[in-house]
Design a protein around this ligand. Structure first.
Ligand SMILES: [Mn+2]
Length: 337
């Protein structure tokens, strides 16, 4: 099935002239790694393409090839498009393009490449592998199956996605297949050093000071067995930082040995609150928990967005979780699908 879909997508791309590439909003290393590797392939084919992203992206990912061409200019939707490729996004709203696509008079083919368990299969072609570490790993398999040579730029992009989504081969997404793909990408010239420098050695002192404040707010909800903390928009203003400066924090929740899961709530400039869950336990499903709040993700790493002031949001999420898990511990699968 995967091989068949991969070959179909390969043919669709060869037959398309104008392609629109969509990493999801606030793209992470995986979404941008996958989109830029794909862009590099389109470049080698001489295709016309645009990378559209509804929001800006973290400056630490600017080393990736073709990120200078990323555009948030909505006029790209007025030009003819043969195919749209969406990377690392469970649905088109999360991708930030649902409204744009709904308004098109001629609907182009949609290709959906993703590894989220909550993926809604919104594409005409859905290249999904929920067991894959990352969308970048899926693209590695795609290029291998379709005999597309992976050059050095593509390798660095895909390696970025695998490394960031596995939290450098430490979280639950890490598998033999992911490590094998990463090894192959390094073997063909993927630049591990540039990734290490930009991803892991680029946190300013101010950011650590803010992390300290966020860590000092860690609390444990005893009954749920949930460890949680939060960030306010006021914190960001006070420290002169943006959300991307604290994005690395969420994965630290996996290092805490207390509790069955960790949660961080971040108040964004637009007033919305972004929540992230992490767990290392096999018997806790945070994807289902996030889905309850309108979000999604993976069994061990998932997120959601709610529109409430931060302190109300904390109360709301805890109260809902208490209702969902009347016996505590977040273990029982009592959530409605
Ligand atoms: Mn991903």
């Amino acid at each position: 099935m995967f091989t068949h879909t991969a070959k179909q997508i390969h043919n669709v791309i060869l037959a398309s002239q104008r392609v629109l590439l969509i990493p999801h909003q606030k793209p992470d290393g995986d979404a941008l790694g996958a989109a830029t590797a794909f862009a590099e392939w389109l470049e080698s084919l001489g295709k016309e393409y645009t990378i559209f992203c509804a929001t800006d992206f973290s400056t630490r990912l600017r080393y990736l090839p073709h990120t200078d061409k990323l555009s948030s200019d909505t006029r790209v939707w007025q030009k003819p498009i043969d195919a749209i490729v969406v990377f690392d996004s469970g649905d088109l709203v999360y991708a930030g393009v649902a409204e744009h696509i709904a308004k098109l008079s001629h609907r182009p083919l949609i290709i959906n490449i993703d590894h989220h368990i909550t993926n809604e299969k919104y594409g005409d072609y859905n290249l999904l592998l929920t067991g894959a570490s990352s969308t970048s790993e899926i693209l590695y398999h795609f290029f291998t199956i379709t005999h597309v040579p992976i050059n050095i730029s593509m390798a660095t992009s895909l390696l970025t996605g695998i490394i960031t989504d596995t939290d450098t081969f430490t979280n639950a997404a890490t598998s033999a297949r992911a490590i094998h793909a990463a090894g192959e990408l390094i073997a063909v010239g993927g630049n591990f050093d540039v990734i290490k420098t930009h991803i892991y050695k680029s946190t300013p002192l101010r950011a650590f000071e803010l992390w300290g404040r966020i860590f000092s707010r860690l609390s444990k909800h005893e009954k749920l067995n949930l460890v949680y903390t939060y960030l306010t928009h006021k914190d960001l203003i006070e420290f002169g930082l943006t959300e991307s400066d604290v994005e690395g924090m969420t994965n630290f929740l996996n290092s805490i040995s207390d509790g069955h899961a960790g949660m961080i709530l971040k108040e964004l400039p637009d007033g919305k609150v972004k929540g992230s869950f992490r767990t290392t336990r096999d018997d806790v499903d945070v994807a289902k928990m996030a889905k309850h709040f309108g979000g999604g993700g993976h069994k061990k790493a998932a997120g959601f967005t709610i529109e409430k002031p931060i302190h109300e949001a904390i109360e709301h999420v805890l109260a809902e979780l208490e209702k969902l898990f009347p016996h505590g511990n977040m273990l029982e699968p009592v959530l409605a699908e």
